[in-house]
Write a new protein. Structure first.
Length: 723
């Protein structure tokens, strides 16, 4: 090539770009070292990443992976301390060790809770066991029983716990008593579709080996070997049951159910329409005992007890009434924790309130991000599986957002409050409620979308009115009712408490009746949630301006919603229920009109509604589906799906369709078509199908979950018959 045709080389280009890269790296390092004091706040994130990695796997990992990774990370930390040139790798090495520590915690917990799970439907059988808990429902009662014997099951195959539903409530059942009853038992059900809520995994960690329904009322029997309701946990559960019964006696109906949720953490009795109204109005946090309730109880007891102690000269002149009140509030909040069944949110709230009250007693009052980190680590050590659930994620996201926001705004808020009059203080209080609601709404939005596929748009409006009523009226009466309960005078406090609950309920129903109250969105990919969580942590942990870099992964996380395509065809776990997507985006189920758990899961994850216009004969309104009584043909995206009811029709369908669905054991090899029959769903669970001009994509529940300890492979008929 002639030299005059060769482009001139810009000799400054490389040095300039290198200098720019060095400048960016130096800027990042300066910010990172400048916020060295915030590094420990990433420890819960590293632990959570390890726990999440364990549950993300589709095969159970070897036992040695976590110890090996922990040792490797520890050796790397030692090397960074001993070899100067490796000093900059201390943080990555420590992160690696903590990630494997979280991974190992999750795997260890999985082994520790391992217990028998029944393999197929069983019953009717006679069951004898100890009553663990009683949960009132809108219709009937649900019992958790620790069985000693189950008819037709050997001792080594008997579950540690079972859950049985009674059609009607049975009064005077006390946890700790021994019962005998007849029931039909089934294995805990798997997810309704790939990506849906996995009850089997929750049942595994709850040591719940069977669910079912009772045939008739149980009878109380003598406890074997003198074992009775004397154990501590039985006493706690008996107290919760007694408190719940007393509340329902004073406040019947939904009002009493909500009061039970606020006092005893018993949410199962709240009617679905009321629970849905609170959720869609952004007031669901009021029904779950968390920081709002624990903080209110601690504050009411602290200030009330301190005022009482100040009136007693013998105490006020000898001890610090402030520290005594803090000790009393700590005791009351611990009892409240036990009464609330020690849920994840109440445990987090108790740890934070407890640290605050201990700080008062030790003259070191502080509420910081580090306190929240301690609470997260403690809960993940005690129950690592909780880190994957919405309660843990939303609870900590909300508090992390609040702590970070108030850390940034504290100087300005303090200046505003310093010389404020009464009117301005009221305005600041309302501003605080609005700010708190906005921050918690934004912080929990990713998890609300991921787990519940919906977002309340008017939550700020609802919370501005409902939170003051809860704080200044409902919760004080709740505390008074507990004080009066030993004297059987709780109705004096529960009645005015019920008035406040009715007002908040009216607010919830009124807000949800507004147009566009809820934004429904399809399920977010797990990768999107990871990006959003990382970006949110980056915003909350750091304090310098570089924290704004967290907005980039958050934007990318929300952008993943643009690439979500809901399934075109859905098939239930038993292949008896099929739903196809209409041209309008709704689902047409083969039978049923909503209210079915499977159908609800399908429509929730796809942000769709049910169209009950599945034609028994003829064509659907959009022309995609046509039925002749024995076979239905669905056409979309240039593909043909045939749903056949009889085995005899499978052969003909295989010759004319791209996909054949049969709710029977077809045992037929389709040439040129894909067949999904009841044997496939029995082995692999529910199926989701995506049709496109390029082909057919199919994913089953087993494809999504893989083979883990909580996933139960089907039992061949010859082994079932042996029972």
């Amino acid at each position: 090539m002639p030299s005059d045709l060769v482009p001139a080389w810009d000799g400054d280009a490389t040095p300039v770009s290198t200098s720019a890269r060095r400048g960016v790296a130096s800027w990042l390092i300066d910010n990172l070292t400048g916020e060295r004091g915030r590094w420990p706040l990433w420890l819960p994130a590293y632990m959570g990443a390890g726990i999440g990695a364990y549950f993300w796997l589709t095969l159970e990992p070897p036992y040695w992976i976590a110890p090996a990774g922990l040792v490797l990370g520890g050796l790397a930390c030692i090397a960074t301390r001993r070899v100067p040139r490796f000093a900059g790798w201390l943080m990555p090495a420590a992160a690696l060790a903590i990630v494997f520590f979280g991974f190992g915690l999750a795997q260890l917990q999985t082994w520790l809770v391992a217990a028998p799970v029944i393999e197929h439907r069983l019953g009717p059988v006679e069951i004898t066991g100890k009553l663990v808990s009683v949960d009132p429902l809108p219709e009937g009662t649900r019992l958790v029983i620790a069985p000693s014997t189950i008819e037709r099951l050997s001792a080594d195959r008997t579950p540690v716990r079972i859950r049985v539903r009674l059609r009607h409530g049975v009064p005077n059942l006390i946890p700790g008593e021994w019962l005998k009853l007849r029931a039909v038992l089934m294995p805990p059900p798997g997810p309704a579709m790939p990506g849906a809520y996995d009850f089997q995994r929750r049942a595994w960690f709850d040591r719940l080996g069977a669910v079912g329904f009772a045939l008739g009322a149980p009878s109380v029997v003598p406890a074997p070997d003198g074992s009775g309701p004397s154990r501590l946990w039985a006493l706690i559960e008996a107290t919760r049951t007694n408190v719940t019964a007393r509340i329902h006696a004073a406040l019947p109906g939904p009002t009493g159910a909500i009061a039970s949720a606020l006092i005893a953490g018993e949410t199962h009795a709240i009617p679905p329409q009321d629970a849905g109204a609170f959720r869609d109005a952004g007031l669901a946090h009021i029904l779950v005992i968390a920081g709002l309730h624990m903080g209110m109880v601690a504050g009411i007891v602290f200030f009330g007890l301190r005022a009482i102690l100040a009136l007693i000269p013998f105490v006020a002149l000898r001890w610090s009434t402030k520290k005594c009140a803090a000790g009393g509030a700590l005791l009351v909040t611990f009892l409240y924790l036990l009464l609330s069944d020690a849920t994840v949110s109440s445990r987090r709230a108790f740890i934070m309130c407890g640290l605050m009250l201990l700080g008062v007693m030790l003259d070191r009052v502080t509420l910081s991000a580090r306190t929240l980190a301690y609470a997260a680590i403690a809960i993940m050590v005690l129950a690592p599986e909780s880190a994957t659930g919405p309660s843990f994620q939303m609870s900590f996201a909300a508090v992390a957002g609040l702590v970070a926001s108030y850390e940034a705004l504290r100087p300005r808020l303090s200046a505003w409050h310093a010389h404020a009059g009464r009117g301005r203080r009221i305005a600041l209080y309302l501003f605080g409620i609005a700010l708190t609601t906005v921050v918690t709404t934004v912080a929990t939005m990713p998890f609300t979308i991921y787990h519940f596929n919906r977002f309340p748009l008017y939550s700020v409006l609802a919370n501005i009115v409902a939170v003051p009523i809860t704080g200044f009226w409902i919760m004080p009466w709740a505390v008074v009712s507990c004080v009066l309960m030993p004297f059987h005078l709780e109705a004096l406090a529960l009645t005015p408490m019920g008035w406040g609950i009715n007002v908040v309920g009216a607010i919830a129903h009124g807000v949800t009746s507004l147009p566009g109250a809820v934004l429904r969105v399809p399920s977010m990919p797990p990768e999107g949630l990871v990006l959003l969580a990382f970006g949110g942590l980056w915003l909350c942990v750091w304090q310098r301006s570089w924290r704004l870099l967290g907005l980039a992964p958050m934007a990318a996380g929300y952008a993943t919603l643009l690439f979500v395509t809901p399934p075109t065809v859905l098939i239930s776990n038993d292949a008896k229920l099929v739903a196809v997507r209409s041209a309008q985006g709704d689902y047409m189920p083969s039978h049923g009109h909503g209210g079915n758990w499977t159908e609800d899961s399908w429509t929730q994850r796809a942000a769709a509604t049910l169209d009950a216009a599945w034609p028994r004969r003829g064509d659907s309104a959009d022309g995609r589906l046509s039925c002749d009584g024995a076979t239905c043909v669905y056409k979309a995206e240039g593909r043909t799906v045939e749903i056949v009811r009889r085995r005899d029709n499978v052969a003909a369908a295989c010759g004319s369709a791209d996909l054949v669905i049969a709710p029977v054991a077809a045992h037929y090899n389709c040439s040129g078509a894909t067949l999904i029959d009841s044997v496939d769903t029995w082995k692999r669970g529910g199926h989701a199908v995506w049709l496109s001009p390029d082909g057919i994509s199919i994913e089953s529940v087993k494809d999504w979950r893989g083979s883990r300890p909580w996933t139960h492979d089907p039992v061949p008929r010859r082994l079932r018959d042996a029972d």
